[in-house]
Design a binder for this molecule. Structure first.
Ligand SMILES: *[C@@H]1O[C@H](CO)[C@@H](O)[C@H](O)[C@H]1NC(C)=O
Ligand SMILES: *[C@@H]1O[C@H](CO)[C@@H](O)[C@H](O)[C@H]1NC(C)=O
Length: 446
């Protein structure tokens, strides 16, 4: 089910090859967070952990992490999880630790949803994302931390989300479902070489964080699992995501920054977000910005992306009432195959936390560059629809080739309340983007 199609792998390979020969070297996230070697090591089995898939290991995880927190070994401590299936309730990480999953290690979330702890809503959302009030704590949680690594030999963190998806489907969720891994107010985080599976809600959620590296991860959830976003950098800066495969039931990567009046009030943008060499499939968007962008989103670079069997390739979404800004977004070197809409930039996404949002809080969208994007079996090339009282400006399209289902012709682009420029775009874009007087403002993006 999660197999990359052979055609896609061949093209990904060519892309990577092309990238190598054009730039000569591979750019990576290294340097954003220094990799840590921890001399002090403990194993979950030292704390009574049993990997039989049945024993509840909550006490073992909590005691191991309590020990790491209070003994404060120089250089931090590595918590080793050996092969086996470790069932546990949610737990909090601490600073200066590595959670290390051996090959064949699985940390599995309990299905006792009624015992799941609640935490306060995020101030930039004002309430839980899907239900009013508090929200269930993420399965693996960190608040106010620094220097934390989750890594190993591609062991698995399994949220067993099915029970939560059914509560959502049956409409009997009391509070917002838990994320699989969430870091809040933290810095110096590395997540690498881990498989994330069946998250109840979003998979990896860094919020109010800085200096976060996520690489060599695999994130899997069924296509019909509700809201299982892959990675959502939220009101965070210096986040680097690379070399990962993501196939879930919602956006693969979505950059966010708070919701309507709460996000505007909190005022914490997402900035300097890099996403590269990510491949995957989503019924919604591959690369997304939004729709919660009330704190602002700027300096996003996504490159060398492969999206297949998806709803939308690249999606920038906001709304009246969101306020905030979306600027300096660059997406380049994208290959897509079998997607419904190649590119969508929209100001009418809907979805408010409550009816206290300010209808005059219009989003400001300026400086979006999309270049070197190639797609086959793309049903609709794209639509760029700004807001009447807040048109989207400096929208620059360059070298975009989106082929339809049965040949090179896709239906035309739909545009409104937008300005910018386009060069070498097929099918040819709407007139609003060809205005020569605006191409000057796009020139340095091309
Ligand atoms: C884990 O962290 C949350 C949020 O910071 C806190 O409410 C909760 O009490 C902590 N749980 C434990 C077991 O320490
Ligand atoms: C883990 O998975 C990543 C990404 O798929 C891969 O690059 C890496 O070689 C794997 N590591 C191990 C130790 O198997």
């Amino acid at each position: 089910m999660f197999r990359i199609q052979p055609l896609v792998s061949v093209l990904l390979c060519c892309f990577t090859f092309w990238f190598h020969i054009s730039f000569g070297y591979l750019i990576t996230c290294s340097g954003i967070v220094p990799m840590r070697y921890r001399k002090d090591k403990v194993s979950i089995t030292d704390f009574g952990g049993v990997g039989d898939g049945k024993t509840l290991n909550t006490k073992a995880f909590r005691e191991a992490i309590y020990r790491i927190q209070h003994l404060r070994r120089r250089g931090g401590t590595l918590l080793y999880v050996p092969p086996g299936v470790y069932l546990t309730e949610s737990f909090n990480l601490t600073s200066h630790m590595t959670l290390y999953l051996a090959r064949g290690a699985v940390i599995k979330a309990t299905q006792d949803t009624w015992k799941w702890p609640l935490v306060a809503p995020l101030p930039s959302y004002g309430r839980g994302r899907e239900r009013p009030g508090g929200r269930y704590m993420s399965f693996i949680h960190g608040d106010g931390l620094r220097d934390v690594v989750i890594s190993g030999e591609n062991g698995t963190i399994d949220g067993q989300g099915g029970i939560w998806w059914n509560m959502w489907r049956q409409g009997n969720l009391q509070f917002t479902r838990p994320n699989l891994v969430e870091f809040m107010n933290s810095r110096g985080i590395i997540i690498s070489n881990v498989i994330f599976k069946n998250s109840p809600f979003w998979n990896i959620h860094p919020v109010y964080c800085s200096n976060v590296v996520i690489r060599y991860v695999t994130i899997l959830a069924p296509t019909d699992s509700p809201n299982t976003d892959g990675i959502d950098p939220d009101s965070s800066s210096n986040v680097c995501i690379e070399d990962s495969f993501i196939s879930t039931g919602d956006d693969l990567v979505a950059v966010k920054s708070g919701w309507d009046e709460y996000g505007i009030g909190y005022g914490r943008p997402s900035s300097h977000i890099t996403i590269r060499r990510v491949t995957g499939s989503s019924p919604f968007a591959g690369i997304a910005v939004g729709s919660e962008t009330s704190g602002g989103v700027e300096h996003v670079l996504a490159e060398n992306i492969v999206i297949y069997n998806s709803g939308i390739g690249v999606n920038i979404k906001t709304n009246i009432g969101r306020g905030g800004f979306i600027k300096n977004i660059t997406v380049s070197q994208v290959f897509m195959e079998n997607v419904r809409t190649g590119i969508k930039i929209a100001g009418d996404t809907g979805d408010h936390p409550d009816n206290r949002f300010n209808p005059n809080a219009l989003p400001y969208v300026k400086g979006v560059t999309l270049k070197n994007i190639w797609g086959v079996k793309v049903q609709k090339a794209g639509s760029i629809q700004g807001l009447k009282n807040a048109p989207f400006t400096n929208i620059c399209l360059s070298k975009i080739n989106l082929h339809g289902m049965t040949g090179p012709r896709s239906p035309p682009w739909k545009c409104s309340d937008v300005s910018g420029a386009a060069i070498e775009v097929s099918p040819s874009p709407c007139a609003q983007l060809s205005s020569p007087q605006q191409s000057g403002s796009c020139a340095n993006h091309f």
